[in-house]
Design a binder for this molecule. Structure first.
Ligand SMILES: Nc1ncnc2c1ncn2[C@@H]1O[C@H](COP(=O)(O)OP(=O)(O)OP(=O)(O)O)[C@@H](O)[C@H]1O
Ligand SMILES: [Mg+2]
Length: 243
């Protein structure tokens, strides 16, 4: 089997004229966008505007109906299903609103699961660093049900970072958290960008969350209609009103 080489490009992810239709519904309508390496981008838009569909197509979880997606320079449309899955496991990290931890596994097993699935060696120093950052060093033997929501999301964040992925996609990662816990998770996401140059795409409808990003892009009816650099919560909220 040949390996898929991920190149050191300035773009982490590139979407080119991506359309996704579900029957008569055009969830994404010709979206072209580049996520720069080391950038933190918030993707915003009303419910049903296509945010999750955008994330699924950009991350290789789903295939566009039309158009192309490159991750680290690799055109994932040209990959077989198996290779796309492998690339995703090795090169993409995910954080979801409802944490998606495996209940029967302890925290350490959950965090290292992507390494197992991707057939990757654990780097003990990096694993320890990630665990330290999310503040779960003394919780590694606990099950998810024994953790608070914030702790569960911090475990999910460590799981997303453990492979040093090309890009981390987070879909409403603070949606189930109280404001203070949400801030803590956002601070950790920001830290991953600032200290390791992690590329991060955050889907959110919360202007306070978007204000942590370097840029906010606005989706409306499956199209990108605006971008705001150095977004503030107030500016985002006001742009939001007009969508
Ligand atoms: N699997 C699917 N089958 C049919 N329609 C779908 C499917 N997934 C999404 N859609 C439709 O595509 C459109 C965009 O949905 P999407 O989930 O991307 O929106 P969203 O912006 O993430 O919304 P929310 O903020 O509520 O999560 C909606 O009209 C939705 O009903
Ligand atoms: Mg969604």
């Amino acid at each position: 089997m040949t390996t898929t080489t991920v190149q050191a490009t300035a773009e982490a992810v590139r979407l080119e004229s991506v359309t996704k239709t579900y029957g008569a519904v055009r969830a994404l309508d010709g979206v072209t966008w580049t996520f720069p390496r080391g950038g933190f981008t918030a993707v915003m838009g009303p419910s049903g505007s296509g945010k999750s569909t955008f994330l699924h197509c950009a991350s290789g979880l789903d295939r566009p109906s039309e158009g192309g997606v490159r991750i680290g320079g690799v055109d994932i449309g040209r990959l077989s299903e198996a290779k796309r899955t492998l690339l995703r496991r090795k090169r993409i990290g995910f954080v979801f609103q409802d944490f998606n931890l495996i209940p029967s596994m302890d925290v350490e097993q959950n965090i290292t699961l992507p390494l197992q699935l991707g057939g990757l060696e654990a780097d003990p120093a990096w694993l320890a660093e990630v665990v330290r950052r999310v503040g779960l060093a003394d919780r590694l033997r606990h099950r998810p049900s024994e953790l608070s929501g914030g702790q569960q999301q911090r475990a999910a964040l460590a799981r997303a970072l453990v492979t040093r992925p090309e890009v981390v996609f987070a879909d409403e990662p603070t949606g189930a958290l109280d404001p203070r816990t949400a801030r803590e998770v956002l601070r950790l996401l920001r830290e991953a960008v600032d200290t390791t140059g992690q590329t991060l795409v955050l889907v959110t409808h919360d202007p306070l969350a978007a204000a942590w990003a370097d840029s906010a892009v606005f989706l409306s009816r499956g199209r990108i209609v605006d971008e705001m650099l150095r977004p503030t919560a107030a500016a985002v909220a006001s742009r939001w009103e007009s969508l």
